[in-house]
Design a protein around this ligand. Structure first.
Ligand code: GLU
Length: 485
């Protein structure tokens, strides 16, 4: 085996990237980088019935935006190509035939109907279906002549019926299974394509993969892969199986049940960096309390020894928290740029977007929540006058009415309409009237927004709304308060 660490990301092109799958890609990438090794992309498309148009592009795009740059792959080539299994189709059969010759595999001609009725029988008995080795006894000549006669066939792995198979996994330790429990799995299908179970072993060997990193759902098949490596006399790679990802209720994540894929998360306004950071910690932990990591840092400190084997809980609330942290760490300009489509979505009028971005940046966790926060910029909704009363601000309806009445002429007089001029004018009024600042800023903010909680203060909101609209809203407040006191 080569001494250079080589890992591979081997997705099946299904059209979307499942969160667990992206975590595998990330860990595979990090294990390669941290060891100064190579990260390979291999497309596993041997299941021709499940092919989805454009799905390979989704994989390229995802790796690219995540910054998981591969060193070899279908799009960039490399010394072990082709990197798409369908383009390697003819490479697998000779290996399966070699196994037949060595007595580790056999041809099987069982029809679909026979297998279905067998399956039914097992089901009725309440047993797990296992192929009954009906074709195991066929002689090689007989098998040959049936193949030559054009009969459809598969090649199955011949499992030992006695003894045990033991393998070592970096995360799960030593695992031993009874060979009698292993099914004679199909290696080559009737359409001539290899199964995943066969192709992954052949390709991992031919591509010199040193570390096989994948989800723990493959743990139970690993003894079968090991028997293949042994039958060929090949060196067994280092196995790193990753813990299951579950939801807080313990159930599995699934797109069919509506759980978010990577693309969904992006569409909802999660940032790539936050997702990557969150996924890095979904099954791995650093040896410090640090939680915020960028990819470059992870490339230095990631270690397989700190991957956990207990299921990792995918907690949206925690991901939101990470996202909020990343949003707050951005410069206003960068935030404005990524938030702009969402701000525009929330605004029905042409208002200045930079000050809005500044107001919402500290309070935004996910970009998709932006539009709903901006509704009050479009129109002033009916609001309950009680929100003018605030104990700490020392306001009530009378105080508010007085302040608003004083604010109108002061604001009308302003020739320059900006946050500072508005703020200064209101501050001057506060001094003139000898009142507390909250007694002015609170009612003005309520009058211009109609909301108890707003992003930004009175002067910020008024600056964005413009003079005319601000005065109109304050006058509405005055009218309503006058009728109430
Ligand atoms: N094609 C398999 C998948 O998408 C890859 C599993 C592996 O990494 O070996 O799940």
């Amino acid at each position: 085996m080569s001494s250079v660490v080589r890992t591979r990301y081997a997705p099946s092109p299904t059209g979307y990237i499942h969160i667990g799958n992206l975590r595998s890609a990330l860990y595979e990438y990090l294990i390669a980088r941290v060891n100064g090794g190579k990260f390979i992309l291999r497309i596993e498309d041997t299941d021709q019935e499940r092919l989805v148009e454009g799905a390979v592009d989704v994989i390229y795009r995802t790796l690219k935006i995540c910054g998981l740059k591969h060193d070899e792959g279908p799009d960039i080539g490399g010394p072990y190509g082709p990197y798409i299994q369908s383009e390697r189709k003819n490479m697998y059969l000779p290996f399966a035939e070699e196994l037949v010759r060595k007595g580790h595999a056999y041809y099987c001609f069982c029809s679909k109907e026979r297998l279905e009725s067998l399956q039914k029988q097992y089901k009725e008995k309440g047993e797990v279906f296992r192929y009954d080795r009906h074709c195991l006894g066929l002689s090689e000549e007989e098998a040959r002549s049936r193949i030559e006669a054009g009969e459809s066939y598969v090649i199955r792995q011949k499992m030992p019926t006695e003894g045990t198979t033991t393998f070592h996994d970096v995360v799960y330790g030593e695992i031993t299974v009874e060979n009698s429990e292993l099914e004679d799995q199909i290696l080559i299908k009737s359409d001539g394509y290899p199964t995943y179970n066969f192709a992954n072993v052949i390709d991992d060997h031919l591509m010199n993969i040193t570390h096989v990193v994948r989800g723990s759902e493959y743990l139970s098949s690993t003894p079968k892969y090991n028997l293949l490596y042994e039958a060929f006399g090949w060196e067994i790679p280092t196995y790193v199986h990753l813990p299951l990802i579950v939801k807080p209720d313990g159930s599995k994540i699934s797109k069919r049940k509506g759980d978010a894929t990577f693309e969904d998360l992006l569409e909802e306004g999660y940032l790539v960096e936050a997702i990557i950071n969150y996924l890095a910690l979904l099954g791995w932990s650093p040896d410090s309390n640090q939680e915020i990591f960028n990819l470059k840092e992870l490339e230095k400190i990631f270690s397989v020894e700190r991957i956990s084997k207990s299921p990792s809980v995918f907690d949206m609330a925690k991901l939101r928290w990470f996202n909020g942290e990343y949003i707050r760490a951005m410069s206003l300009e960068d935030f404005h740029e990524i938030a702009l489509p969402w701000i525009k979505k929330g605004l029905e009028k042409d208002l200045p977007t930079l000050p809005i971005a500044r107001m919402i940046q500290p309070r935004t966790e996910v970009l998709s929540e932006i539009p709903e926060k901006l509704g009050f910029f479009n129109q002033l909704d009916e609001y309950n006058l009680e929100i003018y009363t605030h104990k700490k601000m020392k306001t009530n309806l009378e105080v508010s009415l007085k302040s608003l009445k004083a604010a109108v002429p002061a604001l009308e007089n302003l020739s320059d309409w900006n946050e500072k001029s508005i703020y200064d004018a209101l501050t001057a009024l506060i001094e003139e009237l000898q009142i507390k600042s909250g007694q002015m800023f609170w009612p003005v903010r309520i009058a211009v927004s109609g909301q108890l909680v707003t992003p930004g203060g009175a002067a910020e909101i008024a600056a964005v709304l413009g003079k005319e609209e601000t005065i109109r809203r304050i006058n509405t407040g005055i009218e309503r308060l006058s009728a109430a006191v």
